[in-house]
Design a protein around this ligand. Structure first.
Ligand SMILES: Nc1ncnc2c1ncn2[C@@H]1O[C@H](COP(=O)(O)OP(=O)(O)OP(=O)(O)O)[C@@H](O)[C@H]1O
Ligand SMILES: [Mg+2]
Length: 136
């Protein structure tokens, strides 16, 4: 499933991600500045997150509350060793039924035991991006 979008129809992209993803684990790949956090902010809006959504680059994990659930948002960019991830309790989050959204998931992707939805964001030019959604 592929979709091209800019900031004017990013809500469409977000709805498509929610509709197409079969897993509660959403992985977001794309180069620095591709728009992972920007799309995730929209996604959280659509999920009914009440809290402010920020990039978890420094704190690694953000937790947001919706009316009926909790959303975990992580950024593994700074992780160098898989052991650091285990210390974060990531495995517990993954095993839960909550939505788990991960930027820079490459370091864990081969070791995931769960099904996941993998969203890749590519630059098309200027403000245009393309998402590709795959269920694994
Ligand atoms: N169609 C688009 N989708 C998303 N972001 C866009 C789009 N067009 C322009 N932008 C801009 O590109 C930037 C994307 O930054 P963002 O922090 O979302 O990227 P990121 O992939 O999360 O980067 P990082 O790897 O550093 O976490 C923002 O400044 C945003 O306004
Ligand atoms: Mg980001």
């Amino acid at each position: 499933m592929e979709f091209e979008y800019d900031l004017n129809n990013i809500e469409k992209a977000s709805e498509l991600v929610l509709k197409s993803s079969k897993s509660n684990i959403l992985l977001f790949s794309g180069v620095i500045g591709a728009g992972k956090t920007t799309l995730i902010k929209q996604l959280c809006k659509n999920l009914g997150v009440i809290d402010t959504v920020n990039s978890p680059t420094y704190n690694l994990i953000n937790e947001y509350i919706t009316k009926e659930s909790t959303v975990f948002h992580m950024d593994l960019f700074r992780i160098e060793k898989i052991e650091e991830i285990n210390n974060l309790g990531l495995l517990d989050y993954l095993a839960s039924k909550n939505k788990v959204i991960i930027e820079w998931p490459e370091i864990i992707i081969d070791q995931l035991n769960q099904n996941y939805s993998h969203i890749t964001i590519d630059y098309i030019g200027d403000d245009k991006r393309k998402i590709t959604i795959k269920n694994r």
